[in-house]
Design a protein around this ligand. Structure first.
Ligand code: T3D
Length: 257
């Protein structure tokens, strides 16, 4: 199986499983990812999603063997039918998505990680905008998301040079949420996912919706959307539970509804 999907304790873990090619993406892995993301969106029991890679790498981007083999898909097919729906589904999924970057994340692999809500990287992991090294431009939303994370200058430099960025440097420049020592990586991701899966899922989804919109809205429009979506958050059972628990000085039990 090129994508391993496990579900436990309200968390779905999607593991890219092509370790011999550093989990490079081919057409069938793209399709499996889209299907899994759709399933996570529809499954009300799932309240947090974790993406990670099997073996030493997170994902080395496009499978270069596939595009140099017989009957390769066209660029348009690869992007329109493969990657673009994946990053759109990650951004549209109104539940937290964690990229647990266990090793190198290159090309499409790096930008799929950066499309997630939280990126947690093992100390030995790295991020490479590898595209220019083979004569391509960053895709998977990289030209949109990376400058918004780290600023225009740094994004331009990383995209043009294809320089490898360590997990520590990625955190320092604001590209990722945090790095953790390799020995603590799995436990940290598990704790973070478990924490998010116990939180008010609808509110987290609305936070994500608001952040998505904030990229392009003016301030007044965003204020008005905040008002509208705050109303949505305030109509959830979890909001009532949160306020009651605070007043009663107890720990809230959120159900994600
Ligand atoms: O049509 C389109 O292409 C549009 C879409 C583009 C999206 C993209 O993602 S373009 C960018 C594609 N990715 C790359 O250019 C990255 C290529 N890989 C690398 O630069 C390096 O492998 C890494 C920096 C990721 C890791 O380097 P290193 O030295 O740690 O490992 P390695 O020895 O290079 O690779 C390990 C194995 O994985 C190796 O296989 P082998 O020799 O042991 O049998 C290598 O061939 C394989 N591998 C790594 N990346 C890919 C790959 N196999 C297929 N496709 C890959 N992208």
């Amino acid at each position: 199986m090129e994508l391993i999907v496990t579900k436990q304790h309200h968390i779905a873990t999607l593991t890219f499983n092509r370790p011999k090619s550093f989990n490079a993406f081919n057409v069938s892995l793209c399709q499996a990812m889209q299907k899994a993301l759709d399933d996570c969106a529809q499954d009300a029991d799932i309240r947090c999603i974790v993406l990670t890679g099997a073996g030493r790498a997170f994902c080395a981007g496009q499978d270069l063997g596939e595009i140099t083999g017989d009957n390769p898909p066209t660029f348009q097919q690869i992007l329109d039918d493969g990657y673009n729906p994946i990053v759109l589904k990650i951004r549209a999924l109104e539940k937290p998505v964690i990229a647990a970057v266990n090793g190198v994340a290159a090309g499409a692999g790096a930008n799929i990680a950066l499309a997630c809500d939280l990126v947690i990287a093992a100390e030995s992991a790295s991020f490479i905008q590898a595209f220019s090294k083979i004569g391509l431009i960053p895709d998977n939303g990289g030209t949109y998301i990376l400058p918004r994370l780290i600023g225009w200058q740094k994004a331009a430099a990383l995209m043009m040079t294809g320089e490898k960025v360590s997990a520590q440097a990625a955190e320092k420049m604001g590209m990722i949420y945090k790095w953790v020592p390799d020995a603590a990586f799995v436990a940290t991701v598990e704790q973070q996912a478990a924490h998010l899966a116990q939180m008010p899922t609808k509110a987290l989804g609305l936070i994500k919706r608001a952040l998505n919109q904030s990229f392009t809205n003016d301030f007044k429009t965003q204020l008005s959307l905040e008002t509208q979506w705050q109303g949505e958050a305030a109509s959830t059972a979890d909001y009532k539970e949160g306020v009651n628990a605070f007043v009663q000085k107890r720990i809230p039990t959120f159900k994600g509804i």
